[in-house]
Structure formats: C-alpha cells, structure tokens
Design a protein around this ligand. Structure first.
Ligand code: CAP
Ligand code: MG
Length: 432
C-alpha cells in the first residue's frame, strides 16, 4: 500500500519565482483536522489548475507547464502562481471557475478565502475596462470638485412608474445628479421598465432645462441577457448615459456582454452588488469584495458598490479603502492581507459607490474615508428628511459644501436650514 496515489505535493515549490506573465493569487486557508498545511496547499493549487484527486495513468508532457505552483507560504496565507496559458483570453467566467471554483468545497479545507489576484498585462490586455472612467464621467457631468450624488427611491419597490418619476424630480431638483432604481426593481406589473424610462426621460429633459444641469439615472436593466440588451438599447435611444446591472446575480458573462453592448453606445454600467455578502462576509471563507471589485473593473463597470464603513451594512474602513484603491489607482502596491500589486495599464479607473444607511450627518466622515472620487448615494437619508426628498437632497449638498469649505456641519447649518433639520432628526447617527 505504499504506492503513490496522490500528486498534490507536485504543486508546491517554494523555490519557484513567478514569471512576469503568471497570474498570482493570494489565499487564506485553514486545513481540516488531520490534514497538513502542505496537503491543503497542494489541493488549492491542484484543484484550481490541472489537478485531480489521484495520480493518473498518463499525463501529456504539456501538463507540467500548465500546473499551478504554490510558491510562498506565510502562516495561513499562501500565494499561488498560474501560468498564462491556462487561461482563455478575455474570459472572466473561466478565470472564476479556476481560481474561485471547486476549491471552496474541498473537505480537506475547513476554510478558504480568495483575497486577491494580481493580473499581468498579457492577461488584462484582452479586457476593455470602463468605457468612460472617472475623468470621462466627470467631463460628462461637468463636475470636478465633489462626489457625484444620487439617491435610490425608497421604499425599494412598490411605486408606479408615475410615482417613481415624481420622486425622481424632487431628488434632481434638490441638486442630486443621479436617481437610482433599487436592486430588486426591474420591470413589474405596477412599474413597467419601458414605461418608467419614457416618463423618466420626459422628466429629465424638463429638469435639465429648468436647472441647466446634467441629470441622469441608474435604471436597472437586470434580466435575462437578451432582454438586458434590449433594455440597454432603449436607454441609449432615450439619451441616458448609464444602465444599472445587479452584477453578481447576473454573472460575469452577462456583464461582459453588456459591457460590449453599452460600450458601443458610449454608455457606462452602474454595478449593484446584491448577494455579495453571501460569499464575502465571512472573513475566513469565500471571496473578498475587493476581488469582486477588481474583476468588475477589469470587465469594465464604471462604478460598483463598495460599502460605507459608517452606514448600515458590513465593511470596515480598511476594507472599503482597499476596494477604493483597487478601483481607482493605476499602480496598486502590495498591502497584505488586503491586496497584491496590480498595474492596470490601459484599464481606466472606476468609481467606488458608497450607499446604505447614509444621511447628511455622515457626509464629512464618508468623504474623509473615500475622498471626492466617489458616487455618494443617500437614499433613506433624503426621503426621510422632515421636509421631504428635495430638502433632503439639499441638506446633503450643503453637507458636501461644508466639508469642501472645511466648516463644521453645525456651523454651516446656521445658514442652511435643510441641513439643520436633517441634523435635528439624525445628528451623526450610525444606523445598524
Ligand atoms: C441603500 C440600498 C442599497 C444598499 C446596497 C438598500 O438604501 O438601496 O441597495 O446600499 O448596499 O437597498 O439598502 P439606503 P451596498 O441608503 O436607504 O440605506 O452599497 O453596501 O452594496
Ligand atoms: Mg438597494
């Protein structure tokens, strides 16, 4: 019985120096009881590349060159290098099926977390990245000195298309740039997508004329892929700059397809991340939000929800800042355990989106965390303003002004009554 039945250890070589066109992945791992570190690491590298659970009768010579190599182990962290030839050009789902696939379910591992991937130029050159990028969007809106602002209608779903449009008008007239659909609002009996777009288009034109400002909306096209393409065209025909997609539930393949479609129209994607917390919330297992953000920037969304640190949903300050770094910077330096180095080459930056439980009193802290290159979504926090949506949006814009002028909200609110009313209701509350 001393015949070799496994070849997992063939996937470990601590002397290996990754090649410049290798893909490198950082994992956190915890072996199951009775399994050594080497046995679990070998399984990670094997199952995510060319391996199987046992030795085989024959292997073509090519196989050696395609195997992944675990090359650095520090405590419970391991780095694995993957040869470029293992990967199909421009195929995001295939990458996930490998480095984020079966390995999460292996019995030999109690926990496994994919923290980050470092992608070589030879891999990213097959992806387009964002169509417009932060500077393209700023140029479109002619806004350079503050975050772009927006609000989701609340409650989430239930308004008719007409009611929806009336609230949108108030949001825009309060000074916001964007009005956003909620993640579970698509096209329903009581609020048909096409009707909503028709009414919103008329209202946008009216408000733009009245204010002289550029107004847009994040209308949710999430659906079966061909229907998404149809909805994208409809938005383009009506002159919208964005389409919104729930990117996790739609999947990377659909997002890639829509990046092509929308890119041809000169439009950008707003990426909502509904369902992300099912795989990124457990700190020991699953996939980080930062990794998801990286894949989405690669495919080419203009902006993606990144958490707030101070609002109602999970995500620490370090975590949201690491997501923002991945999305916005050209040359990311390694910062363990958050991210590996990444040179983005031709790929433009994307905006982080902060949303969830925000209100004007939290604006200074949020801008301190993210800086101004941000999409700031304040929803319940404007529609719940004591004087209504328009006053809530005004209070938010006043809070941004105060921050930019380095004046405290309390002082600024002396001459800005909407901000004063907002502070009276919520103060600096951090909702849970
Ligand atoms: C925010 C929101 C967003 C979440 C998404 C909601 O509403 O519309 O979907 O912010 O979370 O439904 O909760 P409020 P994240 O501003 O009224 O809380 O950005 O973390 O992905
Ligand atoms: Mg929502």
């Amino acid at each position: 019985m001393n015949k070799k039945i496994e070849w997992y250890h063939d996937f470990i070589n601590l002397k290996y120096k990754p090649k410049s066109d290798d893909l490198k992945v950082l994992y956190y791992f915890e072996p199951a009881k009775g399994i050594s570190k080497e046995d679990s690491i070998g399984r990670i590298a094997s199952e995510s590349s060319t391996g199987t659970w046992t030795t085989l009768y024959e292997l073509p010579p090519r196989m050696k060159k395609l195997m992944a190599t675990a090359y650095e182990i520090k405590g419970n962290f391991v780095k694995v290098a993957y040869p470029l030839d293992l990967w199909e050009s421009g195929n995001a789902p295939q990458l996930l099926s490998g480095i984020a696939g079966n390995i999460f379910g292996m019995k030999a591992l109690n926990n496994l977390r994919l923290l980050d991937v470092s992608l070589p130029q030879s891999y990213i050159k097959h992806f387009k990245g964002p169509k417009l990028g932060i500077s393209g969007l700023r140029k479109y809106f002619k806004i350079y000195d503050r975050p772009l602002t927006g609000a989701v209608l609340k409650p989430k779903i239930g308004f008719s298309a007409l009611e929806h449009t009336r609230i949108a008008k108030e949001t825009w007239l309060g000074g916001f740039d964007l009005v956003k659909d909620d993640e579970n609002l698509t096209s329903t009996k009581f609020n048909n997508f096409y009707k909503r777009v028709d009414l919103m288009t008329k209202m946008r034109d009216k408000v733009e004329k009245e204010t002289g400002e550029i107004k847009d909306a994040l209308l949710n096209i999430t659906s079966e892929t061909k229907e998404m393409m149809k909805r994208a065209k409809y938005l383009h025909d009506k002159g919208w700059k964005y389409a919104m997609i729930d990117v996790v539930v739609s999947g990377t393949a659909a997002v890639q397809t829509l990046r092509e479609t929308l890119g041809d129209y000169g439009m950008g994607i707003h990426a909502h991340r509904a369902m992300h917390a099912s795989f990124d919330r457990n700190e020991k297992h699953g996939i980080t939000m930062q990794f998801l953000a990286k894949i989405m920037r690669l495919i080419g969304v203009e902006q993606i929800h990144s958490g707030t640190a101070v609002g109602k949903l999970v995500g620490s300050k370090e975590e949201v800042q690491s997501i923002a770094t991945t999305l916005r910077e050209k040359n990311v330096k390694e910062k363990l355990p958050y991210h590996l180095e990444q040179n983005w080459h031709h790929i433009k930056p994307s905006f982080p989106v902060s949303s969830g439980g925000l209100h004007p009193g939290l604006v200074p802290e949020e801008l301190e965390i993210f800086g101004k290159d941000l999409i700031l979504l304040i929803s319940g926090g404007i529609h719940g303003h004591p004087k209504g949506t328009r006053a809530g949006a005004m209070a938010t814009m006043q809070a941004i002004d105060a921050f930019n002028k380095k004046i405290s909200l309390e002082d600024y609110s002396k001459n800005n009554k909407e901000l004063a009313q907002s502070l009276e209701k919520w103060g600096r509350l951090k909702p849970r």
